[in-house]
Design a protein around this ligand. Structure first.
Ligand code: 6R9
Length: 681
């Protein structure tokens, strides 16, 4: 694929720019046209099939068996985990508008930390479990399974010494340092329920979460380090704890060694706590349905929900999806760039890979520090085979041009993955061609905090790839597309995405508010879990996620998915990112207010504004002609890279005095600049 402009290129004279633009345009047009005709297919290559765990026929058989003989299927798959007391019962499910009960393997017992560590000691004790890569390229550390065992056991004994016991909630507020994985596994070892909060969240978000789950213990660090900057974690924690009267102990990991304030009797240095602890710590025997963790996720309304996951089913599902979807082999070096404070980090940095005895990379930094080649350098240095990231990061790096990528070889790569939001086909193609040198399949994995693991994704070797489509359901997953009245749409069609059969990794409740769990996910469509997402199923049975259902804008009576319009914007050679929201419009009902971020070096002016309106109109149709284009250097995003359209809607509607909670934003200062530059409607 012809290059998008790099910074240096973009700075060159206009004549060159025009030339580059000419080079790009026909290609993009071709891509869009092909996608429209559903023709853009990346055919499964023979070498992918050769190395894959399944081929087309095997996938189809396994999928249909898993649906039809669901209990037998999960009975068998449950064996991938080491149980203390094996299960006899498989599932016990009640899915209705009034009552929801989800239990898997309910008479079995196990320990999640023992599954991630102890069971590998026999044959893999010297294998690297975690490669920690620091923010500073010189900072790096390899932790073997044996070392991980010792560190986790010491930490677990330390936590026990403080009085923490089975069932207690422990909040962890750390950036990506090894102690984050160590303390979460230590909690699991003693049966405490961890609640991890992104190391970028504010004091208010912390206190809200600590109080909601009545956590009496918090683990943090003096400071965090990201992109060459420090984050005052302890200071933020101190501020949060002023409104958390029930917190008894604050355990502090030393990361930078800079001075921090201290509350005598409450604060404890992590190093002091574990100094004299034994490297032996008997794992607590947990029932399969005992809670493993709580993870807060914000919805469009109300306070964040404490999504609760339990032990047995979650471990089976995380381990299984990690193996099958990433086509994981025992010698692979695997890297998921997510933060552990996000569900992707829980399932696909820690629990899934470690349960499978993998070598998993934990990266403290950001993709653009010290320069925008950092990720690709890490891939070369550690010979990464499987790489999993988010579309928002792909788009940001694409914005920097091909040069930083091309400086590296990336020849160790075998498979690429994405998660978090719909990936626009242009970013998909760049990822495929530029990053993967057209030799790695891409798995576009659709799932949610609530689902515990991936539900819809291609399976390498078993199906062709369609850029922008999350493809097909995983084993045992039964998606169902319904219209707004709940009527099931069979075959090809578009509507709301539900899942009509439980799977082991599913969340069990909203912590402390089971009614909210029922109301949020089960009250709309009887007997089905409603995901909140819209989806299309094409004639080949591929799923295309169209975004959150509340992201649909009705213009002159026609439904327009924001993802579709945004994808059209991003296909323009000058555009890096876009977010589209609706605003009340006298004639059309809703108008389209479009926030657009340009590639580095591009200038916004009236000509470009006109160009972009025509461009989108041409890609989608007159109905989708943008009403307002607001050029903005950044968009309000959560730390996991999701655009907060709720805030953008308020700014568009000139209701910026009612923005609501903005504490979960990665960079809250973006909001003020958007408000200051708002366009009149
Ligand atoms: C894992 C995670 C869940 C929401 C989900 C959907 C969006 C995630 C996606 C995707 C299209 C994909 N989403 N993966 N949309 N294609 N491959 O992201 O969890 O933070 O809870 O977000 O993210 O809208 O409903 P979470």
């Amino acid at each position: 694929m012809p290059k998008k402009k790099s910074i240096s290129k973009a700075k060159k004279k206009t004549s060159k720019k025009t030339k580059a633009k000419k080079k790009v345009k026909p290609f993009i047009k071709k891509v869009l046209k092909k996608i429209e005709e559903k023709e853009l297919i990346i055919k499964t290559k023979p070498e992918w099939v050769k190395s894959a765990l399944v081929n087309k026929a095997k996938y189809q058989k396994k999928y249909s068996d898993a649906i039809k003989k669901n209990d037998d299927f999960w009975k068998n798959e449950g064996k991938r985990i080491t149980w203390i007391k094996p299960y006899k019962k498989i599932k016990n499910i009640k899915y209705s508008k009034k009552e929801v009960k989800i239990k898997w393997y309910e008479d079995g017992t196990l320990n999640a930390s023992a599954n991630c560590i102890d069971r590998h000691l026999k044959d893999k004790k010297d294998k690297t479990a975690i490669i920690w890569v620091g923010d500073d390229p010189k900072d790096t550390k390899k932790i073997s399974y044996k070392q991980l065992h010792n560190e986790v056991s010491k930490a677990a004994n330390g936590l026990r010494k403080l009085g923490i016991k089975k069932g207690d909630r422990v909040t962890i507020y750390l950036t990506m340092i090894p102690e984050l994985a160590v303390t979460m596994l230590a909690c699991a070892r003693i049966g405490a329920v961890h609640s991890i909060i992104f190391g970028g969240f504010s004091a208010d978000s912390i206190s809200g979460r600590v109080n909601d789950c009545e956590s009496e213990y918090i683990i943090t660090a003096d400071e965090g380090v990201r992109g060459g900057k420090t984050i005052p974690l302890k200071q933020i924690t101190d501020e949060a704890l002023r409104s958390c009267p029930n917190v008894k102990k604050c355990i502090v990991v030393k990361r930078t060694g800079n001075k921090v304030s201290w509350v005598k009797g409450r604060d404890v240095w992590f190093d002091d706590l574990i100094k004299d602890m034994s490297t032996k710590c008997e794992p607590e025997e947990m029932n399969a349905e005992d809670p493993l963790f709580i993870l807060y996720t914000s919805g469009s309304t109300g306070k964040p929900k404490g999504v609760l996951h339990t032990t047995g089913g979650y471990m089976v599902y995380a381990s299984m999806t990690h193996q099958y979807i990433f086509n994981y082999k025992p010698k692979d070096v695997y890297w998921c760039t997510a933060d552990i404070g996000w569900v992707t980090g829980h399932s696909y940095i820690v629990y899934g890979p470690l349960a499978n005895g993998a070598t998993t990379i934990m990266f403290e930094g950001i993709p653009t520090y010290p320069d925008s080649s950092r990720w690709w350098q890490i891939i070369d240095k550690y010979k990464v085979n499987i790489f999993y990231t988010a579309p928002t990061a792909i788009r940001a790096l694409m914005r920097e041009g091909d040069k930083p990528v091309k400086k590296t070889s990336r020849k160790s790569l075998k498979l690429l993955g994405t998660v978090g939001e719909p990936i626009n086909p242009e970013a998909w193609m760049w990822y495929y061609k530029t990053v993967g040198n057209s030799k790695c399949p891409i798995v576009d994995t659709w799932w949610q905090t609530e689902t515990g693991g991936i539900l819809i994704s291609p399976q390498t070797g078993a199906m062709n790839l369609k850029p922008g489509s999350a493809s097909k359901p995983f084993y045992g997953i039964k998606p169902s597309i319904v219209d707004k009245d709940g009527k099931e749409i069979k075959g090809a069609g578009e509507g709301r995405l539900c899942i009509s059969q439980s799977w082991p990794g599913q969340m069990r409740t909203v912590y402390g508010d089971h009614q909210r769990f029922i109301d949020t996910y089960f009250s709309q469509f009887d007997g089905k879990y409603f995901t909140g997402d819209g989806a299309k199923r094409d004639k080949d049975g591929y799923y295309w996620i169209t975004g959150r259902v509340d992201d649909v804008i009705i213009v002159s009576g026609h439904n327009l998915g924001t993802a579709e319009i945004e994808s059209a914007f991003v296909a323009h050679p000058k555009v890096a990112e876009a977010a589209v929201v609706g605003y009340p419009h006298d004639i059309k009902g809703n108008g389209l207010y479009c926030y657009v971020t340009l590639n580095v070096g591009e200038k916004s002016d009236l000509d470009l504004e006109r160009d972009l309106k025509l461009w989108v109109r041409k890609q989608i149709g007159a109905l989708a002609t943008p009403d307002i284009i607001h050029f903005s250097p950044g968009l309000p995003k959560t730390r996991s890279g999701k655009i907060m359209r709720r805030i953008l809607r308020k700014i568009a509607a000139n209701e910026h005095d009612q923005l609501g909670d903005t504490t979960t934003l990665a960079d809250p200062s973006v909001v003020q600049s958007l408000v200051d530059n708002r366009k009149n409607i």
